[in-house]
Structure formats: C-alpha cells, structure tokens
Design a binder for this molecule. Structure first.
Ligand SMILES: *[C@@H]1O[C@H](CO)[C@@H](O)[C@H](O)[C@H]1NC(C)=O
Length: 476
C-alpha cells in the first residue's frame, strides 16, 4: 500500500494536466493510506461543507438568504456572524440550528433552537449582533462612513456553542477555538451604486445631500436626528438608495454650526434655509418635500411642518416629543441652554439616565409645543412602546387629541410597536437597549429601551411603512 501511494504521488507531480487527471485517484489512495500510514499531502475524501449567502452584496434593508450544505445530517450546528465596527470593536451573534436529513440548514425556513435568538428569523444573525465578550461598554452600532459597507463574516461551527454575555466576560475567557467548517462574507451597504453624496455648507446650512442615481428631479426628505447631535447620514443614504433625495441636516453638536456645541444655536431661519436649498436644487422636485425626525428631531419636524412657513407634503416622527421643555431659539438663532432639563432626568438602579420625563407632555410648557393643530399634511408617527428615552405613547396621544380637536384626525397615522425601544432605525441592525451618552464631565450611559427580537420586527415593519408613506405622499 505504501508503495502504491508513493508511486501515484510521484505521477501526480509529473505535470499539471496529469495532476488534474489523477487528482481523484490521489485522493482515494490518500484516504485509504491514512488508515495504514502517513499522508504526505493535505487532503480529504469528502468536500467541506459550504455556506452560501444570497446576495453577498446588498443594501442594509435587503434580506439575505443563508444556506449551509454538505453538513452531517441531523446534527447540531452553530452559525456565527461577526464584524468589526469602524472603531474596531467586535460584534457577534450565534445561533443554534439542527441540520436536516440532507445535511442542510436553511436560515430562511429553519428554526434557531438557541443562541442569540430563537425561532425562524431569516435575518436574526444581523439584528442580534452584540458586542463580543470583553468589548467596551455602552456601544451602539452606527455607521459613520456610508461610502463603505459593513463587512459581516458568517461561519458554520460544529455543535451548539453557548453565547457568553458581552458584559462580565473578558477576552481571554472568550476564545472561539472551535474549528470553522465553512464561511462566507457579506457586504451590507447604505449607499446603492450610483448614489451621490454631497456635503452642503451653504447659506449657513450644514448637511449632507444624498441623490439617487440619474438626472432626477426627485422628491426629497429633510432628515433630522436627536440631541446626540452631529451629522448622521445613514438613513438619508438609504433613502437615496430607494429613490428619494435626502438632506441629513445638522442642528446641534457640529463644529460648522454656530457654537457652543451642546446647545441649539440655530432657529427657524436655519430650517427655512434648508428647505429653500432643496426647493432651488435642480435635481429635486421643489414641491415634493417631506421631513422626518427621530427623538428631538420629531419635535423639530412637527414644528417645521406647522410654524415656519415651509409646507412639506408629509411628516414622519419617530419616538419624539410634541415640544421642548426649553424654549427653542428664535428665528435669528439665539442660544438656549438645556441645563434646565436635568431636574427631569431620572436614573435606574445601575445609574443609567432616562430622559423620558423631559419629554412628557405634562412637563412641557404649552407655549413650547408644536402647533400640530395647524398641521396641513399627513403625519406618520411611530411609537416604540418600550421607549425609555421619550414618553412616546403619551406624545402620540397628545398629538392625536390636538388633531382631533382641530378636525384633522384624518391626517394622522400612528404605528405602535410592543417591545420596541427609542431607536427605531432602518431594519436588520441591532438595537442598543442602552449606550454611552457622554464621557464628560463624567461617564453617563443612557437608556433607550427595546428588546432585540420585537425591536427588530418593529424596525422591519416601520421601515416598510415609512417608504410606502413617502411613496404615496411624495411621488404618488
Ligand atoms: C431554503 O428556503 C427557501 C425558502 O423556502 C427555498 O426557496 C430554498 O430552496 C431553500 N433551500 C434549500 C437548500 O432547501
């Protein structure tokens, strides 16, 4: 036997074409050989399992089909997703499946029996990503550079590998030494090919405009985020990938705005200028503008739609208040301090802060509330019922009451999701139940609320309905 093996391996080395012809014989012999003597080359009789992802490059809101093939039948298998965010922190999700009689796992139809989530959740490995054991506390997954994708590595591992809690484990304890059976890498994009990203610093406006491919003109959105500030681009990039121009607009916490960073120093004139900019843009349909805001941005969206003389065609608010405890700047952009807020901050047993009381309608002076009774366009208001950062349910009720009083209930659509938190974002991205709010003057973690699976379901449904709403009122 040993002689036969040496003889064939010598033949294999003769020429490349010969190797191709003889490779299967070599392998068969190698296989027999392994029982009786040393194998001289790395080989195996059966092909390795493989994992497929379809598509491997996709927008973040597109579902992916994952299938594992050529696995042992009726066997426990772990599917692992891992990726690094832009700051180098590792995120991970694991799910436990059992292969069928053909040795196949199909994440579109099969049920996860354990790990980061259970049940049939085709996109569970994406929305269940959490910081890996030993990573920094208070992380929240947010894309900063939308011109690059998230690169997620998916792999198949043997057996059911337990999930360690991200907190309370260190990196040394956590060593995934399990052999990887198969892997595939997928790219998750916010910006579709051909979408253009244009930085805007014009007439005081600080924003980023995303334009869909092609000449246009396109309907457009003004996109506002919360008091965390800065210029958040990923939702606008995705809107443009879905055929809407979208202007991410900074209003607090950006170096190019009038200072200081931690107060709002722009007023109505600023938002008017942003609308004017879109109206004048040759690739935008000037009379088909909408506005969306999350958290404090939802209040601004309501205010913009009712009080500053721009007439958007539709408004979308996500978990935001009807008004602000602090009086907003006047039209010239007068600085207002937000320190008065703090008497309404509350803390849980871990010392994490909640801003819920800050946004409770009863705590907001009537004169600081948006005049929603003057609303003239459809409003979609999205509520996470487990929102720990904004009294979203109470605000939805208040908005509805005001519209009803003005005979305008027909303009109001409310979507309310059980178990969803404050940060209802584009789908298939993981919820952060809490995250670092600030490190200065001292470390402060804030509560957002929401439980992984119901929050993910809410994001998926809310995003679909958001796009439908925009389609109907901006393009229809
Ligand atoms: C996985 O499930 C999808 C959806 O039912 C189906 O189209 C596909 O053929 C399945 N793949 C395999 C290998 O069974």
């Amino acid at each position: 036997m040993l002689r036969a093996h040496m003889c064939v391996s010598a033949l294999c080395r003769l020429s490349d074409t010969f190797v191709l012809q003889w490779v299967s014989i070599c392998r068969n012999i190698a296989c027999l050989q392994s029982a009786v003597g040393p194998v001289r080359w790395k080989t195996s009789c059966s092909p390795a399992p493989f994992l497929t992802a379809t598509p491997t490059r996709a927008l973040i809101d597109e579902p992916i089909t994952l299938e594992g093939h050529y696995l042992p039948p009726h066997s426990p298998i772990t599917v692992r997703a891992c990726m690094h965010n832009e700051d180098g922190d590792l995120w991970e999700a694991l799910s436990h499946y059992n292969t069928d009689g053909r040795g196949v796992v199909n994440m579109t139809t099969d049920v996860s029996v354990g790990g980061s989530y259970v049940g049939c959740e085709p996109m569970g490995l994406f929305w269940a990503l959490q910081p890996a054991p030993g990573e920094r506390e208070g992380l929240r997954l947010r894309k900063k550079n939308v011109e690059t994708p998230y690169s997620v590595q998916l792999s198949l591992l043997e057996g059911h590998i337990p999930v360690l809690p991200s907190e309370g484990s260190n990196k040394e304890q956590w060593q995934r030494g399990e052999p990887e059976l198969a892997s595939v890498t997928v790219e998750r994009w916010y910006m579709a090919p051909g979408v253009r990203r244009v930085e805007i610093r014009q007439n005081g406006v600080v924003g980023t405009l995303f334009l869909p491919p092609g000449p246009g003109p396109f309907p457009a959105m003004v996109d506002l985020w919360g008091m965390g500030g800065g210029l958040i681009e990923y939702r606008s990039a995705l809107f443009a990938s879905r055929g809407f121009a979208s202007l991410s607009l900074a209003y607090i916490g950006h170096k190019d705005l009038p200072g200081p960073l931690n107060t709002i120093n722009v007023g109505d004139a600023y938002f008017q200028a942003a609308f004017q900019f879109l109206q004048d843009h040759p690739q935008v349909c000037g009379d088909r503008l909408g506005v969306i805001g999350l958290s404090f941005g939802a209040y601004l969206a309501l205010r913009i739609a009712t009080q500053i003389g721009v007439n958007p065609r539709c408004v979308i608010g996500v978990n935001g208040p009807i008004g602000s405890i602090n009086k907003l700047s006047d039209s010239d952009g007068k600085t207002e301090s937000f320190e008065g807020d703090q008497k309404h901050w509350s803390y849980d047993e871990q010392g994490y802060v909640s801003f819920k009381e800050v946004s409770t309608p009863n705590n907001i002076p009537p004169e600081n509330k948006a005049k929603v009774e003057n609303l003239c366009c459809p409003l979609l208001y999205i509520v996470g019922e487990d929102d720990l950062s904004c009294a979203a349910i109470e605000n939805a009720d208040e908005i509805e009451k005001k519209l009803k009083g003005a005979g305008r209930s027909h303009l109001f659509t409310c979507l309310s999701y059980l178990g969803a938190g404050h940060l209802i974002e584009p789908p298939y991205t993981p919820n952060a139940r809490n995250s670092m709010w600030t490190t200065r003057p001292k470390k402060l973690i804030t509560l957002w609320g929401g439980h992984l699976a119901p929050h993910a379901a809410a994001q998926e449904d809310a995003w679909k309905r958001t796009l439908e709403f925009m389609e109907r009122h901006l393009r229809g």
